[in-house]
Ligand binder design. Structure first.
Ligand code: ADP
Ligand code: MG
Length: 679
């Protein structure tokens, strides 16, 4: 295929998602099937009611309650599991079997089967309901169907408290909306109750690991908050959390970057810079600097309390509680001293150790604040689909390149597919060549930069040349980061090279290909990187991972995720009686069973080392590295020539020189010009 043609093609980025077709929506995509879809398990009543919604009036929807059996069927069909963790603990005393412990603690609350119910049954703020409708969201996704009722129902009754909640749901399945809708509704109700108090203050905090994600949550939130009287803002340096307090101010451009200007934000920019918004979104570090001014010197000092915070949301909770961010996140959590604080944790991957940490932090906090058992809220866990698996709508390619230079070749083949490489077997069903936009992940900032330097002229000038490719990492100034994000979203940048900075949460609807130029350092890392494509049920996303000799020892975990995802894909394709053309056309060539058997198991120590430091040969060269390690690291550098090739060239050059000098000065033979390394 002509590279120019390929690269000039539209990115297909759309501002709104079109209504998904019924075959396209269930578990695989994360959407609840439309009422007239193939959902026969919930009985005829639903079909009868669906006639009304088919007429286009989304407010006329199911008003009856499903029986417990119907709810069970619904949860089974959509792979929803809701467990009461207190019942789970209690059950452990009465039974030894973990399975029956789980069964005994499962609960079956009413799901949300249409957004119309939000107004009808949960009586939410009409402006909020209007904003949801305006976003062209037709049906709730599974995570929304499961969790919105859990968080909204208690708001209807005086004295009821929402449960503390752990939610594990696939990447791109709509978790942001699932936590924002109840939060905005709760805040709007609180406004109504204390109409006399004109003064606004922050009552909720959302933590997210990166500035990019913070900015995205704020933008999503703003769309939903419009005309509700509720406001949301991002934490910036220079903002005051309470009267008389300010975090060291930055330049104005830094303060305002990447946040859409609207009236809410203008209000935040009052001269005293006191945050007047209701909902504050922040990275843990920005907030902890505000709460504990001497944080860097002494992390044990108790943070300034935030007694008015009623809701704390941890988005990408497993990262926030990972050692990297743990101290900061726990400091913010500890600062929230309200006895009625409600906490929820959201991610596609929450491992058992992080879950334990979260639960014990919740219990310890309740003990510390001496909250009587009778007044403690429920503690629930919702899991959608299988834990730690990638979306079944994404296809995966695990490509062995042997060496680092093989990766560069592989990358160029992705950018400029030829007929031979895209359909090597001459197979009519072979997958079409991958289309831009590409999101490319490397292990380190230095490698992202080197790959960018290598590839920046790979896109032909008539197609936009080097303006179509960019690199984004945390060493760049904030305004550059946000400008690159903006251009990538707009489809002006086609290939974005980055680090794990963008692996979590960020929603680029149009990404067609995720490339793991360097393998991710954890299985969860793979799930999240791959999840930058296939968002909101989009099909056709591909995740390509290159691996070399050095990586073989780490690849099994990734291969297992891919195998599980392909299995889920096959079973979902089987479920569609008439055949799902998108699923059927997915490229073959995923994980072969022999590969799974051949790959070595990873030891716990190796896994830990990989997670903490990445693959050794790709780490930066340190002063105390021995010569062997240095050589290995130099060899792994990204460049047109691999270390090996460079060494070969140098060796030949040295040989030629040696032979020349032998001829011209035979007396120097033994001291001859020795090869001096490849740099
Ligand atoms: P997650 O946090 O689960 O990874 P996001 O909340 O970022 O996913 O949502 C992914 C995409 O899905 C976003 O573009 C969002 O606008 C879209 N989305 C969310 N809910 C719905 C819905 N009910 N119908 C269609 N699209 C949705
Ligand atoms: Mg998210």
């Amino acid at each position: 295929m002509d590279a120019l043609k390929l690269l000039s093609r539209s990115t297909g980025l759309k501002t709104k998602i079109s209504k998904p077709s019924p075959q396209n929506v269930p578990s695989a995509s994360g959407h609840i099937p439309s009422e007239n879809g193939s959902d026969s398990t919930v009985g005829r009543k639903r079909k009868r009611d669906s006639k009304d919604s088919d007429d286009g009036d989304s407010s006329v929807t199911l008003s009856h309650l499903l029986t417990e059996e119907e709810v069970r069927q619904f949860q089974k069909k959509h792979k929803i599991k809701i467990v009461d963790l207190k019942l789970f603990r209690a059950a452990s005393k009465s039974t030894d079997s973990r399975k029956s412990q789980k069964e005994q603690s499962r609960i079956f609350p009413q799901p949300l089967t249409s957004f119309g119910q939000l107004g009808q049954q949960y009586n939410i703020n009409s402006a909020l309901a209007g904003n949801i409708a305006q976003q062209a969201y037709f049906e709730p996704t599974e995570v929304q169907a499961a969790t919105l009722p859990l968080l909204l129902k208690p708001l209807l009754e005086e004295g009821q408290q929402e449960p503390d909640l752990l939610t594990i749901a696939p990447t791109g399945s709509g978790k942001t909306l699932a936590f924002l809708i109840p939060l905005i509704e709760k805040t709007s109700r609180a406004h109504r109750q204390r109409r006399d108090q004109a003064e606004k203050h922050v009552s909720s905090i959302i933590l997210a690991p990166t500035k990019e994600l913070v900015s995205q949550i704020v933008n999503e939130g703003r769309k939903l908050c419009s005309k509700t009287g509720v406001s949301i803002t991002a934490m910036r340096k220079g903002m005051e959390l309470w009267e008389g307090h300010a975090v060291e101010a930055e330049s104005q451009s830094d303060v305002d970057e990447d946040v859409e200007h609207n009236s809410d934000l203008e209000k935040d920019h009052n001269p005293s810079r006191l945050v007047k918004a209701d909902i504050l979104v922040s990275t843990p570090l920005s907030l902890v600097h505000a709460l504990c001014p001497a944080w860097e010197e002494d992390q044990t000092k108790p943070p300034n309390p935030l007694p008015h915070i009623e809701t704390l949301i941890l988005d990408e909770a497993d990262v926030l509680l990972d050692p990297l961010f743990r101290a900061q996140t726990l400091a913010v959590w500890a600062a929230c001293t309200s006895p009625s604080l409600q906490i929820s944790l959201w991610s596609a991957t929450i491992g058992s150790s992080i879950e334990e940490l979260a639960i014990s932090t919740i219990y310890q906090r309740q003990k510390r604040l001496k909250i009587p058992r009778s007044q403690r809220p429920q503690l629930l866990r919702t899991i959608i689909g299988l834990k730690d698996t990638s979306l079944p709508s994404i296809s995966h390619r695990l490509t062995y390149t042997a060496t680092e230079s093989g990766k560069l070749l592989g990358m160029r083949q992705l950018l400029h597919p030829t007929r031979a490489t895209s359909s090597s077997k001459g197979d009519a069903d072979a997958a079409p060549p991958p289309r831009t936009p590409f999101l490319v992940f490397t292990q380190t900032i230095a490698r992202a930069q080197s790959l960018y330097d290598e590839l920046q002229y790979d896109i032909p000038a008539p197609a936009g040349g080097s303006s179509r490719i960019a690199v984004l990492h945390s060493s760049l100034p904030d305004h550059v980061r946000s400008s690159i994000m903006q251009k990538f979203r707009e489809g002006k940048i086609w290939v974005l090279i980055t680090t794990d900075l963008l692996s979590r949460g960020v929603d680029f609807r149009g990404v067609n290909v995720v490339v793991n130029y360097d393998i991710p350092t954890t299985v969860a890392g793979y799930v999240h990187r791959a999840g930058r494509t296939g968002r909101a049920g989009r099909r056709g996303g591909v995740c390509v991972s290159f691996y070399t000799k050095e990586d073989i020892q780490y690849v099994k975990g990734i291969a297992n995720v891919i195998a599980a995802s392909e299995k889920a894909q096959a079973s979902s394709a089987n479920r569609h009686e008439n055949g799902d053309s998108a699923a059927a056309s997915l490229p073959a060539g995923g994980i072969q069973p022999w590969l799974l058997h051949a790959l070595p198991d990873v030891s716990k120590t190796a896994k830990k080392d990989l997670k903490l430091h990445g693959v050794q040969s790709r780490r930066a060269i340190h002063a105390d590295d021995d010569e062997k390690t240095r050589r290995m690291k130099r060899k792994a550098r990204i460049g047109t020539q691999s270390g090996y090739e460079k060494r070969e060239v140098n060796r030949k050059r040295a040989a030629v020189q040696a032979s020349l000098s032998r001829r011209t000065a035979p007396q120097e033979r033994d001291t001859g010009a020795e090869w001096g390394g490849f740099d």
